[in-house]
Design a protein around this ligand. Structure first.
Ligand code: BV8
Length: 272
């Protein structure tokens, strides 16, 4: 007879590893959940590994997510970010986001730090300590750094946010001129490749990992530095590190337990 407390083991996940991780979760008082693009994949937000779709397929994120690209073609980069922001507004948090929020509700000492620039953790009810790479919904002046308000839902035609027609409408958008200095262009408050991560977010995440009693890393390929090195802070502090990812990654050989499945299935089974 399976007790109701025993969750079904998601396909591909080692039952023994799942049981060990459930035990660690039950005992953790200061867990840290580190998330990457795979956390939002089941919500319909493409990861960086996914091939770009539609009009974007001829560009790579590494090309567009740079200051050089923005200076070379402000309208192209600006419309890519507006389109992504509107696309995120058109999707919902998944069961993985909801499981993290439920866990934090149960264990207030739980910290969430994410590489993701979407707001799906927050929309699932979780409090996020750090967006290590910024947010699709924050903007600032490229010249004077003054923060700027941009209502992404007001832009584009009334086509479905994130659709091709929506994108076509946005492609004609030029980034606005800064109202504070009158010269700079408004850019996303996002960390582009070649740019430093925000020191406060980095320091807070580092400190949380140095003091944690469990680290769960979800949906990251572990390729982009310096965020990819963060799980090693937890390992160095003697905490177990659990990876939730259907694929083997740069981190897989170093973690304590690997749960080889999608966040939306594995996290509810882990958090229970
Ligand atoms: C820095 C915001 C230094 C943008 C992002 C040359 C010049 C300068 C720097 C470098 C250089 N060469 C290398 C570097 C360092 C560079 C870097 O690491 N490059 C990589 C490509 C090698 N890093 C930087 O540039 C960083 N800054 O180094 O500054 C410096 C020093 C001095 C002076 C000045 C500067 C800045 C890096 C931040 C870049 N910005 N995001 C935007 O979003 O538009 S990074 C971006 O890519 C994401 O935020 C994320 O961090 C990363 C993608 O990684 P993942 O999140 O892991 O996503 P990915 O698609 O890779 O993987 C998804 C995973 O999910 C997969 O494993 C998949 O299996 C899994 N998955 C899929 N489905 C699911 C799932 N998992 C669970 N459930 C599922 N359902």
């Amino acid at each position: 007879m399976i007790s109701p407390a025993t969750p079904r083991t998601p396909a591909g996940v080692d039952p023994k590893a799942l049981a060990a991780v459930r035990d660690l979760v039950a005992r953790a008082e200061r867990p840290v959940v580190l998330t990457g693009a795979g956390m939002s994949a089941e919500s319909g937000v493409p990861t960086f590994r996914d091939a770009q779709t539609g009009l974007w397929e001829r560009y790579s994120p590494e090309q567009l997510a740079t200051e050089e690209a923005f200076l070379a073609d402000p309208a192209l980069v600006w419309s890519w970010y507006l389109w992504r922001a509107r696309m995120v507004r058109g999707v919902e948090p998944n069961a993985g986001h909801r499981a993290v929020a439920a866990w934090q509700e149960r264990v207030p000492g739980l910290t969430v730090a994410t590489q993701n620039v979407d707001d799906l953790h927050e929309r699932a009810g979780a409090e996020v300590l750090a967006h290590l790479h910024g947010s699709l919904f924050a903007f600032r002046c490229a010249a004077c750094d003054a923060p700027a308000e941009v209502d992404v839902t007001a832009l584009g035609d009334d086509d479905a946010p994130g659709s091709e027609a929506d994108l076509e409408a946005l492609l004609r958008e030029e980034p606005p001129v800064c109202a504070a200095c009158g010269t700079g262009r408004i850019r996303p408050d996002i960390v582009w490749f070649g740019e430093l991560l925000p020191a406060a977010e980095w320091d807070a995440t580092y400190a949380a990992l140095d003091a944690c009693d469990l680290c769960v890393v979800v949906g990251t390929s572990g390729l982009v530095q310096p965020a990819a090195s963060l799980p090693f802070v937890a390992l160095g502090a003697g905490a177990p590190v659990v990876e939730v990812n259907p694929d083997v990654t740069e981190l897989s050989s170093a973690v304590t337990h690997r749960l080889a499945g999608p966040a939306g299935l594995v996290l509810p089974a882990v958090v229970g």
